[in-house]
Design a protein. Sequence first.
Length: 195
Amino acid sequence: MRRETLSEGYGGARRTVGAGLRAQVIAFGVFIIACLPGGCSRENSARIDYAMGDQAPVGPLSYTVIETSWQTQLGDVLKLRVPQQRFLVMRISVTNGGGSELSIPLLQLESYTGQTYQESQDGEGLANWLGLLRTLRPAETLQGQILFDVPLTSYRLRVPDGAGAGAEKYAWISIPLRMDVDTQPLAPASGGFSQ
């Protein structure tokens, strides 16, 4: 390159770099604006896990898993109900802190291996069952029991914000495995243990 071309080219290159830099800044600004709230909306961009017993707010709803128990059967002697695996009974509370009426769908459990389990649609033999149709008015709290027929392990309860299918956001409540299963231990044979 000759000196004249370099100095002549230098000014031209400078203008090209300046225009390129300007285009990059504009493109970056458009990207930032697009990703502001309402722009790049990603459903559940952050996974939020809550502990059992803690209030789990998601949108206008707040969920609390009050207690859980594992059952090998439900009902009484005349109307005994036996699970395919184990019954996991949860006593939960849901509060609508929003300004409009919301419906609560059936909930789902997720295992730590990724398997999902739908809440049972049959509350027969379960005292204080939450039911299938769950509508909460503003400032109303609903408390009751829900039921799952699942393998004996730890789970996460996935709770929705009530926004409706496709637009819902979720939070997860950890459900640790507790060994308080309702089975009675076998009594030792008469005469005690032999040594």
